[in-house]
Design a protein around this ligand. Structure first.
Ligand code: TYD
Ligand code: MG
Length: 446
């Protein structure tokens, strides 16, 4: 393909230059110029008699979205019921987490329903992909593989195959011939994404793009990619443990915050429709420092074990080690325990762990973390019939959280008769209401 006319645009101030410069002459920023295709399309004037674009909101009917299920219920849950025609989904995750495996399994399910699927990969050779396909039982005639790093070659393959689903693995390995830059540069990633988005919208083909994440956990490449796509999914998990989660960080066609849970096995990713059972499987009841929390991920309640270990420290600074929770949250909870319950942690090492390698960010986990810490400190378990939820305020008050019924229902289904949780106006079956941290802590001493 002939190279398009391009220019270099400063990402900080918008200044343009016909060639690349190390420093923007407009604002002085270093290394801020990115190659972009010059768009010379003139704006269309409106024809006389044309009523224009604007219309009353009441005259717009509901759009019926025909979704294509991916064959993986947990993935469909996150997507809001399947793939919407013409939608573009970005799936981000660390190397080795299972992105290619997940998408090949989804590709297989769609292909087995009789429609063509194109799996384009710049990461691996066709033989490597077919090898994985063999392992996953994904050898179907209507599943096509294109191993290439050229965007134009992918677009040509789409013309040939006319797929019902296109997978691009990964957005950082594709490059377009219209720009000079190497694949993975800001300009290329943006150009490739916007060309694929255009194609998806024109032809109504859903596309799943794989995106790499940096060490810090954010998606590599320009933020603008996240704005261009319809949904951003994060694939996470502890590589040592089997559990993997897919979370919707953004979803134009469904609700954000939904989580799908999988386990990595010898035969690919297996859905885990009842993660609580998986997460509490090895739990020994009545252990000091262990508290079951009833959390909520999206619309699904999840019971998970919080483990805390508080031990006297020897020298240096006391340790604060967390896995699965934010360390700033732990610092806040420790401060509240010190100031509002008069407990001393400053001479203690503190470890807090969510079992199963899951990460939970919701504040409703606070009270369970607090109780686990005090339970470990005192060497006394919480009675085994309790699960716990509730947010901790800085004043030591236990604050209300959403999805009360779902949390209590999930806890009961797993054999926890009562939840210790924030008091509400009416009496709720299965809830032991507490207004303050002190009231909750009293249960450890029973
Ligand atoms: P992969 O999907 O290649 O990860 P990504 O595309 O995110 O880099 O697979 C990740 C790991 O999963 C790999 O180390 C091998 C392992 N794996 C299994 O345990 N079982 C399987 O069936 C497959 C296909 C992979
Ligand atoms: Mg991969």
């Amino acid at each position: 393909m002939a190279k398009a006319k391009t220019e270099f645009v400063c990402q900080a101030c918008g200044s343009r230059s016909p060639r690349w410069l190390g420093r923007c002459t407009g604002c002085g920023a270093w290394d801020s110029l990115v190659e972009e295709v010059m768009d010379a399309k003139p704006l269309k004037a409106r024809a006389p008699g044309d009523k224009g674009l604007a219309r009353p909101i009441t005259s717009v009917g509901a759009e019926k979205l025909e979704r294509t299920p991916t064959g993986l219920g947990e993935l469909d849950r996150v997507l809001g019921g399947g793939l919407v025609p013409g939608s573009v989904i970005l799936l981000g995750g660390e190397p080795g987490i299972g992105k290619s495996t997940l998408l090949l399994q989804a590709a297989r399910a769609v292909a087995e329903s009789g429609r063509a699927v194109l799996y384009a990969s710049g990461e691996e050779s066709a033989a490597q992909i077919a090898d994985r396909g063999r392992r996953l039982g994904a050898l179907t005639d209507s599943l096509y593989i294109a191993a290439t790093t050229e965007l134009e070659a992918v677009l040509a393959a789409v013309d040939d195959v006319k797929p019902a689903l296109l997978v691009v693995d990964s957005i950082q390995t594709l490059r377009s011939g219209s720009l000079d830059g190497a694949s993975g540069t800001v300009g290329q990633v943006r150009e490739v994404t916007s060309r694929l988005v255009d194609m998806a919208k024109q032809r109504g083909i859903p596309i799943v793009l794989v995106g790499h994440v940096t060490k810090e956990g954010s998606l590599a490449g320009p933020k603008v990619v996240e704005h261009l796509v319809d949904a951003v999914l994060a694939f996470e998990g502890d590589r040592g443990q089997g559990l993997r989660t897919v979370r919707a960080l953004k979803n134009r066609f469904g609700r954000g915050g939904e989580v799908g849970v999988f386990a990595m096995t010898e035969d690919g990713l297996e859905e885990v429709p009842s993660p609580s059972k998986f997460l509490l499987g090895d739990r020994r009841t009545s252990l000091a420092g262990s508290v079951v929390a009833s959390t909520c991920e999206g619309t699904r309640a999840l019971c998970i074990e919080v483990q805390a270990l508080v031990a006297p420290f020897n020298h240096g600074n006391p340790r604060r080690t967390t896995s699965g929770i934010d360390s700033a949250r732990l610092a806040m909870i420790l401060a509240v325990l010190e100031r509002k319950a008069g407990l001393a942690f400053s001479t203690m090492d503190v470890y807090v762990n969510l079992t199963g390698g899951l990460r939970v960010d919701e504040p409703a986990l606070d009270l369970a973390i607090g109780l686990a810490l005090v339970s470990s400190l005192r060497g006394k378990p919480l009675p085994p019939e309790f699960a716990v939820f509730g947010e901790l305020g800085l004043g030591g008050e236990v604050r209300a959280v959403g999805h009360l019924e779902a949390r209590i229902r999930e806890a009961r289904a797993l054999g926890f008769a009562t939840c210790i949780g924030p008091a509400s106006r009416e009496r709720i079956d299965g809830l032991m209401p507490v207004r303050t941290l002190d009231e909750a802590l009293a249960w450890i001493d029973r």
